[in-house]
Write a protein that binds this ligand. Structure first.
Ligand SMILES: O=c1ccn([C@@H]2O[C@H](COP(=O)(O)OP(=O)(O)O[C@H]3O[C@H](CO)[C@@H](O)[C@H](O)[C@H]3O)[C@@H](O)[C@H]2O)c(=O)[nH]1
Ligand SMILES: [Mn+2]
Length: 520
């Protein structure tokens, strides 16, 4: 007869399950307590306008004193992430309500795809219609696909008589834009085939000539390249995936699609054959728009999105150096055109210099409106994040976040004193916070951004001053900038000290070198 296993003792089972239950109750309590007092914050855009955009003694013209913002969009594969979606994201950024000369938009293309490049060029061209239209008629949201797809009455709150006519024209133009974007893959393929056939014929001819010349051994091989519209090789990924031109192995590419705009508003003209809408009263400037595809080489870990963000931080430091950075995935867009201003309300508020980042909530489209499967993440964005705001602050969710550039660089924020003691009444000078003006190790971008502004600023205006000053530090940045370069031939790193005085010089310098990626 077999022995049955010993029965577990009742009190042990009871005891351990009680301990488990107690632990769950405790962790549930920890989860619930912060939710009892979630923080709700409101922004006041009028105050922001009054403080930064109205005429005063220091700024008699009332030119906007808002700090620059660089917006980063990441895309990785035009087949999985349709270029039309990315185009819409870019359009929502270019049309955002923020001083045009303070805004710059960077698209990181980890696919190194000519398709993304050409789609961005088309987007820049369509933006010259879409952005003035949004500004003139206060369009929301400023993503054309979402705007034209809206079910609600588009005439609501619209009073201008020319609205209906202009909307119809812009909609037609947008439909044509969609067709242009969708026909790009085929156009690129045909163009490349034609050039490749031509190249092959030339190579064959050359071979024939060589054979006639009594040198028959040499066979000329022609790589199947991807060709740009100007008849040159695309430096990024080719559809044939040759060495030096495949997804994980290509040169770095930086191309400004829209140049930095004038500092003063530029007004358009009446509607005519070229101008779809009357823009005589509308500022028609567009923000700077840049295409970036970082260099990739086999044997290096490119760290996916994080690596792409790193490359954009470096590129933008040279080109526009906005003190703030907003990042978005290619399939996200700015829903509220005032969002950047709202973000600045936090950053520029009293004590805002202690804020590293402002995380926007994510809202989702195209999923179950009744939210049966909790895909809208309402508990996370509307309850937990508000609750966390009461404890140190909400977390970064990987996208839709405005960062303070200096925080990303690891610098201490500009304020040199810290509140301590009961109710924060005692101010303590922080010796730790004194940034050194000396250049750091070679492998870091070293900017003496705060060095000169480390006076003890105690009043509000002082705080704001220090922020605004950062915007003008481009020249300082330029003279001190050091960055690492990947030596393309040997695959080794070397450090380069850039000696350029103006942005133009630096862009020129960059066009001769490849931006770095971090070694493993
Ligand atoms: O090598 C890569 C791989 C991805 N990406 C980009 O990274 C973003 C996110 O990648 P995706 O594959 O879409 O990840 P998801 O799981 O959809 O995104 C989750 O994770 C992301 C990264 O943390 C967050 O940004 C998103 O909010 C979150 O939904 C996209 O814009 C990609 O284009 C790159 O730039 N390079
Ligand atoms: Mn995604």
């Amino acid at each position: 007869m077999e022995d049955s296993p010993p029965e577990p003792r009742g009190d042990v089972v009871m005891g351990s399950s009680t301990v488990c239950e107690l632990w769950f109750a405790f962790s549930w309590l920890l989860d619930q307590l912060p939710k009892l007092c979630p923080v709700n914050r409101l922004t006041d855009l009028d105050v922001l306008k009054e403080r930064f955009e109205s005429p005063n003694l220091r700024n008699p013209k009332g030119r906007s004193d808002l700090p620059g913002i660089d917006v980063f969009v990441s895309t990785a594969d035009p087949e999985k992430e349709p270029p039309l979606v990315t185009a819409n994201t870019i359009l929502s950024i270019l049309a955002v309500d923020y001083p045009v000369e303070k805004l710059a938009c960077y698209l990181s293309d980890d696919g190194g795809a000519l398709l993304t490049f050409e789609a961005l060029a088309q987007t820049a061209s369509f933006a010259s219609t879409w952005v003035p239209f949004c500004r003139k008629h206060n369009i929301e949201p400023r993503n054309p696909e979402a705007y034209f797809g809206q079910k609600r009455n588009f005439l609501k709150n619209k009073v201008r008589l020319d609205f209906v006519r202009e909307r119809r024209r812009v909609k037609r133009e947008y439909d044509e834009f969609k067709v242009r974007i969708n026909s790009l893959p085929e156009a690129i393929r045909r163009r490349s085939d034609a050039y490749n056939v031509h190249e092959e014929l030339r190579a064959k001819k050359k071979q024939m000539e060589m054979m006639m010349g009594g040198n028959p051994e040499e066979t000329v091989k022609v790589a199947k390249a991807t060709w740009m519209s100007d008849g040159s090789h695309w430096p990024g990924t080719w559809s044939s995936g040759e060495t030096d031109n495949s997804r994980g192995d290509h040169a770095g590419i930086i191309q400004a699609m829209l140049a930095p705009p004038n500092a003063e508003p530029v007004y358009g003209s009446e509607a005519d054959s070229e101008n779809l809408i009357d823009t005589t009263e509308v500022d028609i400037r567009l923000p700077m728009l840049v295409y970036v595809s970082r260099e990739k080489r086999p044997g290096y870990d490119h760290n996916k999105k994080a690596g792409a963000m790193n490359a954009l931080v470096r590129t933008s430091a040279i080109m526009s150096n906005g003190p703030f950075i907003l990042n978005l995935d290619c399939d996200h867009y700015i829903y509220n055109s005032m969002a950047l201003r709202e973000g600045m309300c936090f950053m520029l508020d009293r004590g805002g210099d202690r804020i590293c980042y402002v995380q926007f909530p994510q809202r989702f489209e195209g999923i179950d409106p009744n939210d049966r499967y909790a895909n809208h993440n309402t508990v996370f964005f509307d309850v937990s994040m508000r609750a966390l705001d009461g404890l140190q602050g909400p977390m970064y969710v990987g996208t839709g976040c405005i960062f303070r550039r200096t925080a990303l660089y690891g610098f201490s924020p500009p304020r040199a004193t810290e509140h301590h003691g009961w109710l924060g009444r005692r101010k303590v000078k922080l010796s730790l916070r004194k940034p050194k003006a000396t250049v750091k190790k070679d492998d870091e971008i070293s900017l003496a951004m705060n060095g000169e502004y480390n006076n003890e600023v105690e009043n509000d205006d002082g705080d704001i001053e220090s922020l605004l000053l950062q915007r003008d530090s481009v020249t300082q940045t330029l003279s001190l900038l050091r960055f690492r370069l990947l030596n393309t031939k040997g695959g080794s790193y070397r450090t380069c000290k850039a000696k350029a005085r103006t942005v133009d010089q630096l862009v020129h310098l960059l066009s001769h070198v490849n931006l770095s990626t971090q070694p493993q």
